[in-house]
Structures are given as structure tokens and as C-alpha cells.
Design a protein around this ligand. Structure first.
Ligand SMILES: [Zn+2]
Length: 480
């Protein structure tokens, strides 16, 4: 207890999984059965005298939480505690639900794919939403990560980004994680196929037409699949947002909030409709470059309030650590170089240096989009728009797991309370999948994903990094 520095940071990436597997065996060997009972208590684990914190029940002091297998079986004051096979003394410690990262790409860069699941767990991320990867990469990976005994967070995946006639991530200028949906029938067929192969939700991307968007939404609703989406460039946040469960990166919200939003949309649609076959990435980049900052500078307060009223039931996953990267770049964080040691040598070399295009003086960086993103989240949070925590790991220097804690810090910097930030990484992602009765809080009947902290996260959200141990699917997987 009350140790702060993780002692397994020396672990080499290649052996991390094996050692973690070993830890499971040693940490979970139950003590002898202590009482006779109809249920087998030998496999149960009690965390006693702990302060239990979740975004629904808030703070419960001096409590005992018992898990048995992958379920929480008891939550109550420590004065009256049933016996358990193994006991952990949680005095002066804080127990929170396992964290989610709502926006990751497990297969985006194969330098990360193998080590990512164990690294997520090390940082207390017990569930991830994979928001885009080709099925040929994702299906074998998901099968491996869902196998009995796998060292992995729970994985929920969308399959490829469902893009339009052109594809942004087409494997040419960018990795291939998107797929084309040229017409309504292709869109419907793709959604049906994704359901068949076991995808948990769909991810709609930026270059789809309004007709294709409508077909995807309709088919996903028929197939009972939740929908995550970038706002397509052919649409507004007000029209696309209410149709989907989550919106990513605040994408194109600024275009809808601009004084001349109608004119901006007209220009975008003209460009999209007249685009000659070419790079989807270049097309998107040109439109963002043309319209994003002018829109931010021409934000109309009243117009924006109207936009937000349309988003009251759509989770915003702003990925602030990405959107506001210029305000708080990863490599300027004091613990970044330590966290980087868990990555492979090639990644360490790539990420050790500040990118040459990045000005060391924050005042000389263009902070307009970063500051807009922070202000927009503050505004959305005050308005009651639901907010989810996601990182886009590993894109743009996002160390798996570590970056989720940075996202929580950014959400608090933007104006969320620490408890609201915890909600964004626990209950809100569970709600996206209608799993709020199974995950997201510490209550009897919920799944056994828990993080034991040495410091109080409500006093300082950075305390979510001060991890003593992580319980994933009922097993203690990481001991520091
Ligand atoms: Zn992404």
C-alpha cells in the first residue's frame, strides 16, 4: 500500500504478457476455504476497509467489496463482512470501476498491436472500444483477446471505418482501416455483414453522403447495433448527431456553430460532389483546412446553443488529448518518458524527440483549435451533453492506457469535475452499449473490473495513475 512508483516499468515489451500471466497465477491462488457455504467461497476475493468511489453512488467509506469469478457479489460496510477466499486490505485506498478507453485502434500500427492489451491493463483500462480496423486484422485479433484466460481488456469492435465514395484511410497516404460505401445498397450490405461477423457497433466516417448515412443508420437500428460517427462533411452536427450514439473528436461541430454554417455546408457539398477520383485523405484535409479555423473564429453563440440542444442524447468523445495536443503535448508531460519505456525500441526512438514542426514555445503554436475544443467541452458539459473518454490510441503519440489518464486530466482541465471525468470513462461508455446494468459502477451483480488506487482521484484526477492493482474479469492482473 501507499507505493507510488510502478515497479514493473522495467518490463520488456516482449515479456510483459508472460509476466502478467504469471502474476495472475500467483496473485489469484486462493487461500484455503474458510467456511462452509452453498456457494464456493474459495475463489472469492474481498477488498476490505476501502473507500469505494463510482460516478453513481459517489463515495462509500470503509466498505468491503467481494468478487467471485467475473461478478461483484457483495458491497457493504466493513463492519459486517462475509468471508472470502482471499482478502486484500484496502485501508487508506480507493476502489473505482475498471476504466474504458472509448476510442482506440488496436490494428492501426502493428508495432503496438501485440503489447497493447497488457499495457491497457497495467493502466487500469479494463474495456476498450476499437473504433476502426479492417476485419481481416480485427477478427483473428478479437478472437485471441476474447479467449479464456487472455491478458486483455474487454474488447468491443466496429470493423472498418464505413466511409463514402472516397475513403480517407485507404491504405495509400494513411493506413488502411476504412472501406468504401458508394451507394445505399453497399451501405446496408456492409452493416448486415458486420453484424453477422460479430461486430459490436458500427463506425460511420466523414466522406459518406447523407443518403448513405441514412441507410447505415436505418440498417444499424434494424440490426440493433450502436453507432459511433464522425459527422460527415456532407451533413451538419445537428442533423447527424441525434441519429448516432456517439460523435468522435467534436468533428465538424465548429462548422455547424459558425455564423455562416449554411454557406459552409453548401461549399462543402459542391466540393464533395465535384471531386474527381483521388485521395480521400486529401479531400478531407482540404475541406478542414479551408473551413475549420474560419468557422472557429466566426462561432455564433446563439447558433451554437441550438446545435447543442440537438446533441443532448449523443455522447461526445472529444479526444481532447488529441484535439488540444498543442496545449498539452504528450512529450511535455513529466511522466511521458517513463511511460514510453514500455513501448518497443522503434516507437521509443520515434517518439523520444519533439517533432520538428512543433514549436517549443507554446505561445508560438497555433492554439486556436485546441482552445476552441476545450471551451466547447466546458460548454457541452454545462449544457448536460454526455461526454465520453477516448484517446485515439496509438495515433499521434498516444501510449496505450497512459493516454487515457491524460484524457481524464484534459477533461477536468476543460471543466468536468473529477467525478464527471470518472463517469466519462465508466458509466457513459457502458451506456453506449446499453450495458449500464452490467458495468460502470461498483454494485452487486456488476462485472468484476476494478482498480485499486493509493490516492483519492476526487481530490486530484491525476491520482487515477496511482494504481496499486487492477482486477479484470475477476482476476488480479497487475500488482505493483
Ligand atoms: Zn480514431
Amino acid at each position: 500500500m501507499l507505493k507510488t512508483a510502478p515497479s514493473i516499468s522495467y518490463l520488456d515489451r516482449q515479456i510483459a504478457s508472460c509476466l502478467l500471466a504469471l502474476m495472475i497465477l500467483t496473485a489469484c491462488s486462493p487461500s484455503p476455504v474458510q467456511e462452509d457455504s452453498a456457494t464456493d467461497l474459495s475463489t472469492s476475493i474481498a477488498i476490505e476497509n476501502v473507500t469505494v468511489i463510482d460516478a453513481e453512488n459517489q463515495i462509500r467509506e470503509n466498505y468491503t467489496v467481494i468478487i467471485n469469478g467475473d461478478a461483484i457479489t457483495h458491497v457493504g460496510p466493513s463492519t459486517k463482512t462475509p468471508k472470502a477466499g482471499t482478502t486484500i486490505d484496502g485501508t487508506d485506498q480507493f476502489l473505482i470501476p475498471g476504466l474504458w478507453d472509448m476510442h482506440v485502434h488496436l490494428s492501426y500500427d502493428d508495432r503496438f498491436t501485440d503489447s497493447m492489451p497488457a499495457t491497457f491493463l497495467k493502466y487500469g483500462i479494463t474495456s476498450v472500444r476499437d473504433t476502426g480496423g479492417l476485419l481481416k486484422n480485427m477478427l483473428p485479433l478479437v478472437e485471441k483477446l476474447k479467449a479464456e484466460g487472455a491478458i486483455s481488456p474487454r474488447v468491443f469492435f466496429s470493423g472498418p471505418l464505413l466511409d463514402g465514395r472516397f475513403v480517407v484511410y485507404d491504405g495509400k497516404s494513411r493506413p488502411e482501416i476504412g472501406t468504401s460505401n458508394d451507394n445505399i445498397q453497399a451501405a446496408r450490405d456492409n452493416v448486415i455483414m458486420l453484424k453477422k461477423v460479430g461486430a459490436d457497433f458500427i463506425k460511420i466516417y466523414e466522406l459518406v453522403s447523407p443518403e448513405v448515412f441514412a441507410a447505415m443508420v436505418d440498417e444499424a437500428n434494424k440490426q440493433h447495433m450502436p453507432i459511433a460517427s464522425h459527422v460527415p462533411l456532407s451533413m451538419t452536427a445537428s442533423s447527424a448527431g441525434p441519429e448516432v450514439g456517439s460523435m468522435e473528436h467534436l468533428r465538424n461541430v465548429e462548422l455547424d456553430c459558425a455564423n455562416n454554417s449554411d454557406e459552409l455546408l453548401r461549399i462543402r457539398n459542391e466540393t464533395l460532389n465535384n471531386y474527381q477520383p483521388g485521395s480521400g485523405y486529401a479531400l478531407r484535409a482540404s475541406l478542414h483546412k479551408l473551413q475549420r479555423i474560419p468557422a472557429v473564429l466566426d462561432l455564433d453563440e446563439a447558433q451554437c446553443s441550438k446545435v447543442l440542444t440537438n446533441l443532448m442524447h449523443t455522447i461526445q468523445v472529444p479526444t481532447l488529448r488529441l484535439n488540444a495536443f498543442t496545449l498539452m503535448p504528450a512529450f511535455e508531460r513529466e511522466d511521458f518518458s517513463e511511460a514510453l519505456k514500455d513501448m518497443g525500441n522503434d516507437v521509443q526512438t520515434d517518439w523520444a524527440e519533439r517533432p520538428t514542426w512543433f514549436d517549443p514555445d507554446p505561445k508560438l503554436r497555433d492554439q486556436r483549435f485546441a482552445e476552441y475544443s476545450m471551451a466547447m467541452i466546458k460548454r457541452m458539459n454545462l449544457a448536460g451533453v454526455p461526454i465520453g473518454a477516448g484517446t485515439d490510441t496509438p495515433i499521434n503519440m498516444a501510449i496505450p492506457g497512459y493516454s487515457l489518464h491524460n484524457e481524464l486530466s484534459m477533461l477536468v482541465k476543460a471543466g468536468l469535475t473529477p467525478l464527471q471525468a470518472l463517469r466519462a470513462a465508466t458509466i457513459t461508455p457502458a451506456e453506449f452499449f446499453s450495458l449500464e446494468n452490467e458495468m460502470g459502477t461498483i454494485e452487486v451483480g456488476k462485472r468484476a473490473d476494478l482498480v485499486l488506487l493509493n490516492e483519492n482521484p476526487l481530490l486530484d484526477i491525476r491520482n487515477t495513475r496511482k494504481i496499486d492493482r487492477v482486477i479484470s474479469k475477476g482476476k488480479v492482473v497487475v500488482l505493483f
